[in-house]
Design a protein around this ligand. Structure first.
Ligand SMILES: Nc1ncnc2c1ncn2[C@@H]1O[C@H](COP(=O)(O)OP(=O)(O)OP(=O)(O)O)[C@@H](O)[C@H]1O
Length: 310
């Protein structure tokens, strides 16, 4: 991948609010063309503050940001027509209908999609003549998304796109985001739903107190956490009868009743060693469970760190 393939580039990016509070403390990341990049983080981690810098809504207090090769703040005219922005609060005139709102927006957008197509894309066709104030929270999010898509953006910023949507609406939005990605759109989204990031993002960053605490593909971020093995101690055996655990790469263990729970960064070596031991002993490891860490564990580990250091 060459430098030209990166359409969002943040380097040592900083944002300080009035009063001197530094909400973004020097973050560096890049998103490639046609990639879905998710920004995760606990409340107040600095996601929205970061996305606003990427969208050109505020000038960074340090570092640099480039979107499609331009500074989104000082070269706004070059960047704005090529990006789509879905904010957390749409704030449309409540008395206009869905179609009127979309038409009004289309009037301000160069090369806009037809209104009908935009509404169909987000499943709002049947609500075209309903006033915005009568929409449900989830329908308002869909309208936000329709407006963000009007200009066929090359880069789409989605701030918590599925908050307020029901399970079906969430899945439909994920499908739509995947389709957009597959046609070359770069998507940067923030979310509080870990399964959303896990299922949707090609790469992600977890923010923590204004900095990036972990970044990469889901499997890379998760690899920093230990995997788990659990099984029932065979009849007639005590925990002390198990083979020495450290040489198998097992870093910690606990016994709850007859259940043994192990943690390891070397899942294959540990599992193989235990299975060989069971075979030699001619016993079955009942209830055997072997799994990698989850994104939730990685996230909680970072959040816990925040509590102990914060
Ligand atoms: N206009 C502002 N003035 C002062 N502080 C602000 C301002 N906007 C945000 N902050 C602070 O900056 C920090 C980061 O806020 P931000 O909204 O970027 O976090 P976030 O990760 O998007 O949070 P959430 O998940 O809760 O939406 C928070 O401590 C917040 O209180």
């Amino acid at each position: 991948m060459t430098d030209d393939d990166y359409v969002i580039e943040a380097e040592d990016l900083r944002r300080t609010y009035a009063g001197g509070f530094e909400a973004v403390t020097g973050i560096t990341f890049r998103a490639a063309r046609g990639e879905i990049f998710a920004l995760l983080g606990t409340n107040g981690a600095g996601k929205t503050s970061t996305v606003e810098l990427l969208e050109g809504l505020a000038r960074p207090d340090g570092g640099s940001v480039r979107v499609l090769g331009h500074d989104p703040y000082s070269e706004r005219a070059a960047v704005r027509p090529r990006i789509g922005v879905m904010l957390q609060e749409g704030g449309f005139p409540a008395e206009l209908t869905v179609a009127e709102t979309t038409r009004m927006w289309a009037g301000c957008t160069s090369g806009a999609r037809p209104v009908g197509e935009a509404l169909e894309t987000v499943g709002l066709t049947r609500r075209s003549d309903v006033r915005v104030k009568q929409l449900s929270g989830g329908e308002k999010r869909r309208l936000d998304l329709a407006l963000a898509l009007l200009g066929r953006p090359e880069v789409l910023f989605l701030d918590e796109p599925t908050t307020g949507l029901d399970a079906e609406g969430r899945r439909e939005t994920w499908e739509l985001v995947r389709t957009l990605r597959d046609t070359g759109t770069t998507v940067l989204l923030t979310t509080h739903y870990l399964e959303e990031a896990e299922g949707l993002a090609d790469r992600l960053a977890i923010m923590h107190e204004g900095r990036i605490a972990a970044e990469g593909r889901v499997d890379e971020v998760v690899a920093a956490q230990p995997s788990h093995i659990s099984f029932e101690l065979p009849d007639g055996f005590l925990a002390g009868d198990l083979p020495p655990l450290a040489p198998l790469g097992i870093s910690s263990h606990e016994t709850v009743g007859r259940t043994i729970r192990l943690r390891t960064f070397e899942l294959q070596r540990a599992a193989t060693g235990l299975l060989l031991w069971a075979q030699e002993q001619r016993v079955e490891l009942r209830g055997l469970g072997v799994r990698s860490a989850s994104l939730e564990e990685a996230f909680l580990h970072i959040a816990k760190d925040q509590e102990t250091t914060g």
